[in-house]
Write a protein that binds this ligand. Structure first.
Ligand SMILES: Nc1ncnc2c1ncn2[C@@H]1O[C@H](COP(=O)(O)OP(=O)(O)OP(=O)(O)O)[C@@H](O)[C@H]1O
Length: 274
């Protein structure tokens, strides 16, 4: 194994104030199946951007391309203003430290407690951190996720679905990220649990100044907390904007999605609350 020298690691530029994520000309295919072709997207600092699209339109593949788990056939991905495609883990370590990911279903290690799950990224990125301090950080993140302190020593199998999602958030927050990726965070939650999770996401965005890349099918979530919505269809991001801006577009999928019976209900629910 080769160690990177400091000069080979992509440096953190604290003065960068452009888009937090910039994707250009992305192409992803699996065999004959083209999932993305010439896809562009910018994510602005501090926003919650909802990413929607029919099943199989490539929302998760897009997220995986941005975080380096999927190597696209073509295109450029910049995160925090730095090109990351084709770079090794060692080269991107300073960038990866600055984001947290909640995968679909939580993806917790079932043989580790909640606190131990939170400690995994801390140990990976800060191997020299004192063990006691690591424990304290983990406990704090568990609280930040809205879990009671007694959840920390529990195993994922001892938690409800909603609590497991919160444990996943605690782990995603382990390294004090500036950017959070959430893949369908409210899927499988009851409406009350989903609304509570939306509130948590909004609170984290506001109190920690996070930028949030949020894949969802949940119309209530889009209305409740997203600043803008990106729509995936036809292998591209066909539109990005507020829901009102999207509604002004004459695209059949967008109209059906936001103006169909469920879309109208979510919209009227927001008006009643607002
Ligand atoms: N590793 C892979 N190998 C082959 N095909 C893949 C792979 N990953 C994703 N795909 C295919 O790419 C397409 C997009 O998948 P993706 O999971 O991104 O869709 P999605 O928009 O997130 O869908 P959903 O809303 O149902 O979660 C799907 O047809 C999927 O089968």
């Amino acid at each position: 194994m080769e160690l990177m020298s400091a000069s080979q690691t992509i440096a953190y530029n604290p003065d960068y104030d452009g888009p937090i994520i910039s994707v250009r000309g992305l192409r992803n295919s699996f065999g004959e199946q083209v999932v993305h072709d010439n896809l562009d997207l910018d994510v602005r600092r501090g926003e919650i951007i909802g990413v929607v699209g029919g099943s199989g339109t490539g929302k998760s593949v897009l997220m995986r391309s941005i975080i380096g788990l999927q190597m696209p056939n073509e295109g450029e991905v910049e995160v925090f203003g730095q090109h990351i495609l084709g770079k090794s883990d060692a080269e991107t370590i300073e960038i990866r430290k600055r984001w947290g990911v909640l995968f679909q279903g939580g993806a917790l290690f079932s043989t580790l407690t909640v606190a131990e799950n939170v400690m995994v990224p801390i140990r990976e990125f800060y191997p020299d951190m004192d063990r006691e301090f690591r424990r304290e950080v983990a406990k704090y993140k568990v609280c930040l996720s809205g879990l009671p302190p007694d959840a920390a020593p529990k195993y994922p199998s001892q938690l409800s679905g909603g609590m497991r999602k919160r444990a996943g958030i605690a782990r995603a927050l382990a390294l004090d990220p500036e950017l959070l990726f959430l893949d369908e965070p409210t899927a499988g939650l009851d409406p009350i649990g989903a609304a509570a999770f939306d509130n948590l996401t909004k609170e984290l965005q506001q109190t920690l100044g996070l930028t949030v890349f949020l894949i969802t099918h949940d119309l209530d979530t889009l209305h409740a907390i997203c600043d803008r919505v990106a729509v995936l269809a036809d292998q591209q991001v066909i539109a990005v904007g507020t829901i009102d801006e999207l509604l002004a577009l004459d695209h059949p999928w967008i109209q059906e999605y936001f103006n169909g019976p469920r879309g109208r209900m979510a919209s009227s629910g927001k008006k009643m609350l607002g």
